[in-house]
Design a protein around this ligand. Structure first.
Ligand SMILES: *[C@@H]1O[C@H](CO)[C@@H](O)[C@H](O)[C@H]1NC(C)=O
Ligand SMILES: *[C@@H]1O[C@H](CO)[C@@H](O)[C@H](O)[C@H]1NC(C)=O
Ligand SMILES: *[C@@H]1O[C@H](CO)[C@@H](O)[C@H](O)[C@H]1NC(C)=O
Ligand SMILES: *[C@@H]1O[C@H](CO)[C@@H](O)[C@H](O)[C@H]1NC(C)=O
Ligand SMILES: *[C@@H]1O[C@H](CO)[C@@H](O)[C@H](O)[C@H]1NC(C)=O
Ligand SMILES: *[C@@H]1O[C@H](CO)[C@@H](O)[C@H](O)[C@H]1NC(C)=O
Length: 933
């Protein structure tokens, strides 16, 4: 998976990408929640702006043994209006003695400045329940006055990555800071908002055998006057910066010696020196990392063409750093060792980009942090593609993200389950919209606009509109955007609606026109989302036509300006197709009239056609056709026709969506005869690919290994003879072993095909292994066996036997957990739930009696046995059971009623689509099966 950064930390299952073999052995995409995605949710209390800081002078003295620190801060403040109090941020945990606070006015005479006598501080107190500290003064201080405020403080060193924290590795401890988003107030009282950017002059005490690295280079070191073996480091004054970008590390790590390279000597004075810090015995790895950091920095520098106002950037590699994301202080990056060892450019590039957009140009408030993150992610991808051609992403940028977003946003209720994921998804969507601008405005305008943005806002903060207006100005100047258009309007629609549109183009082949419509993209049925008519977007219609194919031109033929519908003229002749939104320029699927689809299908079946249409576009056409058919917006015959070219397709990116669909459509075919034909179709579709991929060879590309294994799993699931035979051979070794309970020698991917396509004896042998499973072995292996024994078979007698054994017969070989698991596993295939239903209705009285004291299991049984039918026939069966046993369902009454409602909806789909699918399959099989078997 290309996007590892998004997979670290505490993982969350965002969606089940593929479910195969009819049961729940899932291929799951895991991604972590990036905590910075939730910053917009910070409800922080802003400080008044009547008194604002000009500069800070800070001294810190950590005491590692006692987990505390002390220090003092001097702030130069300016009164913007008359005020009798000063409000600053200070965490509850930061101790401040208000009697030690000193405030003095600064009298400026010409160039000379003198401090006046103290202004009396009446008291200092905390704002209830807020991390705000208010200093009340005896007198009102007049607007325009400057003062020096001095506050001594004490605080705690934390163990988790917040504020100042202590960490350890094999042979030592270290101190480090993580102040994002608003934890500077745990370390010193200050104006802890991104907008207050001031220079910091900092000194820090440390034991003399360690070293402290700070935002800026060391200026000098002196001995500590009291603490033995301690010294004080004085650092150069920082450029004006926000409090959250403050950071330091005190450790015994060492700096990798910079070899003087000719290139380094040529380096212009204005670019920062990059230093790497880590363990001495990792020198070789550190060198590689530095190589990458230097290359990435160079690429970013040449993209922005503006050097950072820093004289150095220290990159510190720390094992076990307890943070989810790298720590990006200005001029000081802290990486977890394991992150860098993955040897990728992406994370490095992203953190470096934050030095420009984040630290130098900073989001005005955390609500804009989304945008900052999306922009940095996009630019990091741009840099990776520049540096290695996108190999690091397996060529899949931005497909992995895009498909998951299509999937999530087309639900009736997106993000109904995991709210934290919502922020993350919104940020991905923003990234895709930024990518859309890069293509539609053109890379040059985008890049120049961004440069102007940085130049205008350096040392300042920005809101979204600052970026959009910089891009607008540039694009209008370059003629890539009409002068009456505005990027803010365009992106506004994409950010305001947490959904995506689908565009439909219907051509009039007589008049050479096309009607283009946009509407809310919904895949999940029913399409009854309220107010969907009000959802309209600014959509770039980038158009390609068969008579003038040119996939490098990404400028829109026309923009849909929040219009639901428009007509475009001058379409190609009526035997030539059009393609809209090639290469997924904008994050939206596109539908066409059937004739245009058919022309596309025919074209892709020719070798020249496939060579002319680039990968992402082939992938998109396939992906969109299937999804639109699934959603009910396109006939299945047309969508299935779009798969015909897959016979020749060998690119893994194009194959990717196919597996998802084989799985989803496979499960939606709730008619055994049709399902069987569908499996034959899958065999014919996948066999040539599998044979072409050949046997695995050493050091082959990852994508090849992945594609082979996916293909094989699906082929096995569809009963590919060679696979079933291999599986049976492997299984017979187990059957003949002297002690089969000792271990299972059969690879997991063979287990399901055996229980599905193998004999009753083979299946019985499996059951026996579950029953005799030794307590000493890993129970997850037993669970896997039981799940497959229940979920895989297509023969009802296997399932019935298992149900009798585990539910009806009085034996303690199966636990209640097993029973839950069996019911769940049976919901994965129509054979499973049909058999479970039959079992329930045939043995109603016995089962009802047995489960009368176990409502959980009873409810689960009713849900599993009735909730998964998709056809009218299934509806009638459940309805009959409902009437027959009316009043006997007890706690499960509402469950069966819900099942009935769902089946009704699904039955409409089946009624509309299954006959079409069956006819298409009949036709396909009559032309293809003789050749393939
Ligand atoms: C803050 O005020 C003090 C006292 O006048 C002065 O010495 C110091 O230079 C000022 N600091 C900055 C950064 O202006
Ligand atoms: C600590 O351990 C690391 C890794 O084993 C080693 O490189 C380093 O030299 C050690 N440092 C000290 C001070 O012993
Ligand atoms: C931005 O657009 C240019 C071409 O216009 C393209 O080469 C580049 O890959 C795009 N960047 C990303 C990250 O997609
Ligand atoms: C599917 O393709 C076949 C063969 O090219 C064609 O005869 C049929 O009309 C197509 N079906 C649709 C709905 O386009
Ligand atoms: C468990 O299964 C074994 C083998 O089928 C059977 O002999 C035994 O009686 C069962 N145990 C119980 C407690 O029913
Ligand atoms: C369950 O139902 C089946 C089919 O009607 C029947 O053959 C079997 O004897 C029943 N089992 C029990 C324990 O009632």
């Amino acid at each position: 998976m290309g996007f590892n950064r998004k997979m670290q930390g505490f993982s969350v299952l965002i969606f089940l990408f593929l479910l195969f073999c009819g049961h729940e052995t899932s291929h799951v995409v895991k991604r972590s929640i990036d905590p910075s995605a939730s910053y917009p949710l910070i409800t922080d209390d802003r400080l008044p702006k009547d008194v604002i800081p000009q500069s800070y002078d800070i001294y810190l003295e950590p005491n590692v043994e006692e987990n505390i620190f002390s220090g003092h801060i001097k702030m130069n403040l300016t009164w913007k209006s008359d005020s009798k109090k000063i409000s600053i941020h200070a965490h509850f945990n930061l101790d401040i003695n208000d009697r030690k606070i000193v405030l003095r006015k600064i009298n400026k005479n010409n160039s000379d400045s003198q401090l006046s006598d103290n202004v009396s501080v009446v008291r200092g107190s905390r704002f209830p329940k807020k991390t705000i500290y208010i200093i009340y003064l005896k007198e009102v201080i007049k607007q325009g006055t400057e003062c020096l405020l001095e506050i001594p403080f004490e605080g705690s060193i934390w163990e988790s990555g917040e504020g100042l924290f202590k960490g350890s590795y094999s042979n030592g401890t270290y101190l480090a800071t993580y102040l994002r988003p608003n934890n500077a107030r745990r370390l010193f009282p200050c104006y802890d908002e991104p907008g207050f950017k001031v220079p910091f002059t900092v000194s820090i005490t440390r034991p003399s055998h360690l070293v402290t690295i700070f935002n800026t280079p060391l200026a000098r070191t002196t001995n500590h006057s009291i603490l033995k073996d301690h010294v004080i480091d004085f650092f150069e004054t920082t450029p004006p910066m926000s409090s959250f970008t403050f950071g330091f590390v005190t450790s015994n790590l060492v700096k990798l010696q910079n070899e003087v390279k000719p290139e380094a000597e040529l380096k212009t004075q204005s670019e920062p020196v990059i230093n790497l810090w880590g363990f001495e015995d990792n020198v070789n790895q550190l060198k590689e990392v530095r190589e990458k950091v230097l290359l990435a920095h160079k690429a970013i520098q040449s993209y922005f063409e503006i050097p950072l106002p820093l004289s150095k950037i220290d990159v510190v590699v720390i094992p076990e750093l307890p943070v989810v994301r790298p720590v990006d202080n200005w001029g000081l990056l802290l990486f977890k060792e394991s992150d860098l060892m993955q040897n990728r450019y992406y994370d490095i590039a992203q953190e470096l980009i934050y030095q420009w957009i984040g630290s130098w140009v900073t989001p005005e408030w955390w609500t804009d942090a989304h945008l900052n993150k999306a922009l940095a992610s996009f630019l990091a991808s741009e840099i990776v593609i520049k540096l290695d051609g996108g190999i690091e992403f397996n060529g899949k940028y931005p497909m992995t993200t895009l498909y998951s977003i299509y999937y999530e946003f087309s639900k009736r209720y997106p993000h109904s389950r995991i709210t934290a994921m919502k922020q993350e998804t919104i940020s991905y969507k923003m990234e895709l919209v930024i990518r859309m601008l890069n293509f539609t405005l053109g890379k040059d305008s985008f890049q120049k606009g961004l440069r102007a943005f940085i130049e205008n806002l350096q040392f300042k903060t920005f809101v979204g509109n600052d970026l959009w207006s910089a891009l607008t100005t540039q694009a209008v100047k370059d003629g890539t955007l009409k002068s009456q258009y505005n990027v803010a309007d365009i992106v506004g629609t994409w950010f305001a609606i947490h959904r995506l549109p689908v565009v439909t183009a219907r051509r009039d082949y007589e008049k050479n026109t096309a009607t283009i419509q946009q509407k809310l993209y919904l895949r999940e049925r029913p399409h009854d989302v309220p107010e969907q008519d009000k959802m309209v977007w600014w959509i770039p219609i980038v158009l390609n036509r068969q008579d003038a194919l040119n996939f490098s031109n990404c400028s829109p033929y026309v923009w849909m300006e929040k219009a639901q519908q428009m007509t475009i003229n001058n379409m190609p002749p009526n035997d030539q197709f059009i393609i809209i939104n090639q290469e997924e320029i904008g994050p939206f699927p596109v539908n066409y009239d059937e004739r245009n689809w058919q022309m596309l299908s025919n074209f892709l079946q020719t070798e020249t056609g496939r060579a002319l249409v680039p990968t992402y576009t082939r992938s998109k056409l396939l992906h969109d056709a299937w999804n639109l058919a699934y959603a009910g917006d396109l006939g299945f015959a047309t969508a299935l026709n779009m798969t015909l070219f897959m016979k020749f397709e060998r690119n893994h990116i194009v194959w990717n969506p196919v597996f998802t669909f084989i799985d989803q459509i496979g499960r939606h075919i709730d008619m055994p005869e049709v399902h069987k034909k569908f499996e034959e179709y899958v065999l014919i579709l996948l066999t040539p690919l599998y044979e072409d991929l050949g046997a695995e060879i050493e050091n082959e590309d990852n994508w090849k290994t992945d594609l082979r294994s996916l293909t094989k799993r699906f082929l096995c699931g569809a009963g590919y003879r060679p696979c079933v035979e291999e599986a049976q051979n492997a299984y017979s070794v187990w059957q003949h072993s002297s002690d089969p309970n000792l271990e299972n020698p059969v690879p997991n991917h063979y287990i399901c095909p055996i229980f599905k396509w193998g004999t009753m004896e083979e299946w019985q042998f499996g059951i026996q292994r579950v029953i005799e499973f030794p307590k000493s072995r890993k129970q997850s292996e037993r669970t896997y066996l039981l799940k497959t024994l229940a979920g895989c078979p297509t023969q009802p007698e296997k399932v019935l036997r298992l149900l009798e054994l585990s539910i009806l017969e009085d034996n303690s070989n199966f636990t209640e957990n097993d029973q839950f698991l069996i019911f769940s596993s049976l919901t994965g295939t129509s054979n499973g739930y049909y058999t479970l239903f039959k079992f329930l209705s045939d043995n109603w009285t016995t089962i009802r009696e047995k489960l009368k004291d176990n409502t959980n299991l009873w409810d689960h049984l009713i849900g599993s046995a009735t909730g998964f039918f998709l056809t009218q026939k299934g509806y009638d069966m459940v309805q009959q059971l409902y009437e027959q046993h009316s009043g006997e369902f007890g706690s499960a009454q509402h469950i069966i009623e819900k099942s009935l409602r769902n089946i009704k909806e699904e039955a409409l789909w089946s009624e509309a689509n299954l006959p079409v699918i069956e006819t298409w399959l009949n036709n396909f099989l009559s032309k293809n099966s003789s050749k393939s078997s």
